[in-house]
Design a protein around this ligand. Sequence first.
Ligand code: HEM
Ligand code: HEM
Length: 187
Amino acid sequence: MPNGASATRYSPVAQLLHWVIAALIVTQFALAWTADDLPLGVHKLALLARHKSFGMTVLMLAVVRLLWRWRNPPPELPAGMKPIERRLAKATHVAFYFLLFAMPLTGWMMSSAKNYSVSWFGLFTWPNLISQSDGAFIFLRGTHEVLSDALFAIAVLHILAALKHHFWNKDDVFVRMLPFTKSEKRP
Ligand code: HEM
Ligand code: HEM
């Protein structure tokens, strides 16, 4: 298998992308929730600017991740998994990939609808995706929030599933996504 991937483990690049994106998602929630509690002012706007920059980073990394996955297919799920578990795992992963694009894109469009600029850490400014519209802003803000609730719920399910694989099923599904480990346990 190319690039360090094997039939039973994720490649180091796939692992790196997984954990960097996961950390960014946690950061995104922390920034948005902290900003939510603040009155409108410099501090709130600074947190939201950070949120936008990290969010656009997620979008860029999501493109890289999908391209990488296309060239380096993930390992098969363990043979012992029930069909319903396989379908649930696949559906969760598809939903994640959808949200890794939908969250940044709705955020970006929301900002465009208000004509608020989206800068990337002050280095450059992304162009507006749509023209100014209060109706579109309200709709996109609502969509961004509903999608973030869905992302949160799926992440909880995903983490519980990873822990169940490790501690209950005692298979290698968790370990094969961890860098610097070896997969030895197979069901
Ligand atoms: C993976 C990427 C992202 C995640 C997980 C995420 C998540 C969130 C969450 C949880 C909220 C709080 C929602 C609420 O309960 O009110 C929020 C708000 C917000 N997000 Fe994002 N976001 C992402 C990307 C972006 C991007 C790329 C932008 C803009 C370019 C953006 C702009 C905003 C703005 C302006 C708000 C505040 C909305 C308001 O209450 O007025 N987000 N985001
Ligand atoms: C909220 C952030 C996270 C996102 C967006 C996310 C997303 C994903 C996606 C899309 C995959 C499928 C990879 C592929 O086949 O291309 C995956 C796999 C995996 N994730 Fe996460 N993940 C997150 C957080 C976590 C956390 C916190 C854990 C650990 C507790 C975890 C453990 C795993 C494991 C073990 C796999 C491998 C599953 C398998 O082998 O089929 N993830 N994740």
